[in-house]
Write a protein that binds this ligand. Structure first.
Ligand SMILES: [Zn+2]
Length: 313
C-alpha cells in the first residue's frame, strides 16, 4: 500500500498522535514477531501497544480498538477513530460537567422471567447476583456522598428500553448497568471481567453480537468521551480489587446504553457460568469487591469531571 492510500484508509502514527496528547516514547522494540511501543510521561498514564493486536494497554488495562494496531516504516499506527474515541478521552479526560455528578442510576441486569445467565451446578442466577451487587454498591456510593436510584429493587422483569428511560426521568448524572457473564453451552471455563460503553458513530461493536456491523449514531453518543473514561476507570478498579482476568473495555450498541441521557456503562463482573469464577461470584465477598471497585471508579470519574470553580467578578 502506498503511504497516501494508507493515510486515507487508516490513520496516524501512534507515537506522533500520543505526543500531541503530551506523551513521550519510553521504549520501542522491533522484531519480526512483535513490534511494540510504550509511551507515557513520568507519573502519568502509560500506553503500551503491539503490532497486529486489536487492543492497547492503557495503564495496564486492555482497551479493545476498532482497528488492530498497524505498522508503517517501523512505527506503529492506529486508526483515526481510535485516536479520537479512545486516546483523546482517556489521555485528555472527558470534558468537565456543567454540574457535579450526584445521582447515579444502578441497573441490576435481568429479573423476573428473565434470569440472565445461570450456573445450574451452583443453582445461581445472574438476576440474583446483579440485584445483590447493586444493593452493596448503593451503600458504597452513598458513603461517598452520591445519591442512588435503582431501576429495580426486587425480582421483577423490566424491559430493556425502560432502563435508560428511567435514568432520563430521574435526571441521573450517571448510569451503571450490572451484569455477570456466561459462556456458550457447556462452557464452564471462560472467565474475566469486561466493561462496555456505547460504540461511537461509525464504529463497530467489539463484542461478537449480531449488531457488529451496525455503525449508526445513537443519542448516547453525546457522551462518548465520558462513556469511555468511565468504562476504563471502572475496569481498572474492578481488575485491581478482584485480580480477575482482563477481558477489556469494549464497545457495543446495547439497548440499555443507546438512548441514555447521561454517561453510562455496562459491567460484566465475571462469568457466572464458570465453575471457578461462578463459585467466587456466589460468595458475598466477591460481590462486595465488585461493588467497592465500581464505587471507587465512579468517585474518580466524578472528581475528574467536577465543574470548574466559578471565579468571582
Ligand atoms: Zn446479563
Amino acid at each position: 500500500m502506498t503511504v497516501q492510500a494508507w493515510a486515507a484508509s487508516t490513520g496516524y502514527y501512534l507515537g506522533d498522535s500520543l505526543r500531541q496528547l503530551g506523551l513521550r516514547e519510553l521504549e520501542h522494540q522491533r522484531g519480526d514477531a512483535a513490534d511494540s511501543e510504550r509511551h507515557g510521561v513520568k507519573g502519568g498514564i502509560v500506553v503500551y501497544a503491539e503490532r497486529s493486536k486489536d487492543f492497547v494497554l492503557v495503564d495496564g488495562v486492555k482497551v479493545v480498538l476498532e482497528d488492530a494496531v498497524g505498522s508503517l516504516r517501523g512505527h506503529l499506527t492506529i486508526s483515526r477513530t481510535d485516536y479520537e474515541k479512545v486516546f483523546v478521552p482517556l489521555l485528555w479526560g472527558p470534558p468537565r460537567a456543567a454540574t457535579a455528578v450526584r445521582r447515579i442510576v444502578l441497573d441490576p441486569g435481568h429479573g423476573g422471567k428473565d434470569p440472565g445467565k445461570i450456573n445450574a451446578a451452583l443453582g445461581y442466577a445472574e438476576k440474583a447476583a446483579t440485584l445483590d451487587t447493586a444493593a452493596r454498591l448503593k451503600i458504597a456510593l452513598e458513603k461517598r456522598g452520591f445519591e442512588v436510584v435503582f431501576t429495580r429493587t426486587k425480582d421483577e422483569f423490566i424491559e430493556l428500553s425502560d432502563r435508560p428511560d428511567f435514568a432520563a426521568r430521574t435526571k441521573a448524572d450517571l448510569f451503571v448497568s450490572l451484569h455477570y457473564n456466561g459462556g456458550g453451552a457447556g462452557d464452564t471455563t471462560s472467565s474475566g471481567i469486561e466493561t462496555y460503553c456505547l460504540s461511537p458513530e461509525g464504529q463497530r461493536s467489539t463484542n461478537s453480537g449480531k449488531a457488529k456491523a451496525t455503525t449508526t449514531a445513537e443519542p448516547g453518543n453525546r457522551f462518548d468521551s465520558g462513556n469511555m473514561a468511565l468504562a476504563w476507570g471502572l475496569q481498572r478498579q474492578l481488575l485491581s480489587l478482584t485480580g480477575a482476568e482482563d477481558r477489556g473495555v469494549r464497545r457495543a450498541r446495547f439497548a440499555v446504553l443507546r438512548t441514555l441521557s447521561c454517561p453510562g456503562v455496562l459491567v460484566e463482573g465475571g462469568f457466572i457460568s464458570s465453575r471457578k469464577e461462578g463459585a467466587q461470584i456466589k460468595e458475598d465477598a466477591y460481590r462486595q469487591k465488585i461493588a467497592e471497585a465500581v464505587a471507587i471508579g465512579v468517585a474518580e470519574y466524578a472528581a475528574r469531571v467536577r465543574p470548574a470553580q466559578k471565579t468571582q467578578n
